[in-house]
Design a protein around this ligand. Structure first.
Ligand SMILES: Cc1cc2nc3c(=O)[nH]c(=O)nc-3n(C[C@H](O)[C@H](O)[C@H](O)COP(=O)(O)OP(=O)(O)OC[C@H]3O[C@@H](n4cnc5c(N)ncnc54)[C@H](O)[C@@H]3O)c2cc1C
Length: 342
């Protein structure tokens, strides 16, 4: 990465990626300007769940524990500096969807790498758990709106934020593009294999008292107070603009009602949609444009921005981008696109 930290840096985008990268660079004493456009932001919709062990096979990726430790300290540091609360540790009840899933989890329980993350406790009777379930530890949720509002107030006080969509005027500028899914309209990076994934979430009031843990059964229910929760999320790679579908709302409510053994009444107070900047190989897009050494990208955090962005921002600032996340893995694709365009 040939990012020149001595010249002023232009950061394009003020979602989690742009804002947390800006915070990290400012902590290192760098000079920067953030362009905050008015295009929809996934970070403003996201539930901010942080879940180290994921999927039907209960995968704990190799560097996840390190990312998790880094993210908790990072968010707690911002909390105390800006006097906010945005990082909420909360255990998760994972209900198995099938016997197969239960079997996958049992295998993981024999592996000591998972000792700290999975707790073989049966679900309470208040939950319908036909195939059983397990407690997941070191899970949390990030209140992305509280965090981003506080960061933007701070950036405004520093006089480093410009509220408009950025268009490159000066090719000599040192630019890091953090445009989320809008990168697909940026000719400098639209050749990278993004696979946007539409998602919807509902926020609900519940007449009945909610459990204190997150509940996850593929979809999830996140209690944010005794009687308020967020329920999500749908995942659809065919829809490319945020769209509120009545069928999704119904699907999410049916899921939430189905996890309790006694009837729960949910009243929808908000229904939101956004597009996750997911990538074809599930790894972020970080690095320098193959042709322009002053143009960079920090993007592609998919469904896991809250966990990954703090750690990757630090890696970028220390010129240490892991090969699996570096866009140089697509140099062949860039060269092919270039020769096709000739
Ligand atoms: C329904 C849903 C649920 C999710 N749940 C979770 C979850 O539980 N946990 C989790 O970790 N992640 C979750 N995510 C994913 C999470 O939202 C992303 O990983 C993360 O927020 C991506 O941040 P970003 O800054 O890259 O993109 P965005 O938040 O989309 O930000 C991009 C920003 O760039 C700005 N921009 C774009 N182009 C320009 C331009 N030319 N000039 C100026 N500004 C520009 C846009 O206005 C926008 O503000 C969810 C996403 C969705 C949609």
């Amino acid at each position: 990465m040939s990012l020149c930290f001595e010249a002023p840096i232009t950061i394009v985008g003020h979602g989690l990626a742009g804002s947390l990268l800006a915070w990290t660079l400012l902590e290192q004493g760098k000079t920067l300007r953030i362009f905050a456009g008015d295009k929809p932001s996934a970070s403003r919709v996201a539930a901010g769940l942080i879940n180290p062990v994921t999927g039907q096979r209960f995968v704990l990726a190799d560097n996840t524990p390190e990312m998790l430790t880094y993210a908790s300290k990072f968010y707690q540091g911002i909390e105390s500096r800006l006097n906010i609360q945005c990082f909420h540790e909360k255990p998760m009840f994972r209900l198995f969807n099938s016997q197969k899933e239960q079997g996958n989890c049992k295998k993981r329980l024999k592996n000591e790498k998972y000792d700290d993350f999975l707790d073989n406790t049966s679900p309470p009777k208040s939950l319908l758990a036909e195939h059983g379930g397990i407690i997941q530890n070191h899970t949390a949720w990030l209140d992305t709106n509280t965090l981003l509002d506080a960061l933007h107030t701070y950036f405004k006080q520093q006089n480093i934020i410009t509220y408009r969509n950025f268009e490159a005027e000066n090719v000599e500028q040192n630019i890091i593009y953090c445009e989320g899914v809008h990168m697909m309209f940026n000719p400098l990076f639209s050749w990278l294999p993004l696979q946007p994934a539409h998602g919807e979430i509902v926020t609900c009031d519940s007449k009945q008292t909610l459990p204190s843990t997150i509940i996850n059964k593929g979809k999830w229910l996140l209690p944010i107070s005794q009687n308020t929760c967020r329920i999500g999320a749908t995942f659809d790679t065919k829809i490319t603009t945020p769209t509120l579908l009545e069928s999704s709302k119904k699907q999410l409510l049916a899921f939430a009602e189905g996890v309790f053994s006694k009837k729960h009444d949910f009243i929808v107070v908000e229904h939101q949609a956004g597009i996750r900047p997911t990538t074809l190989d599930k790894q972020p897009f970080i690095g320098t444009h193959p042709k322009y050494s002053n143009i960079h990208i920090f993007n592609g955090f998919g469904s896991r921005g809250s966990l990954m962005i703090p750690w990757y921002a630090n890696q970028l600032c220390n010129h240490n981008i892991p090969a699996k996340a570096n866009i140089s893995r697509y140099d062949g694709l860039a060269a092919a696109m270039e020769s096709n365009n000739k």
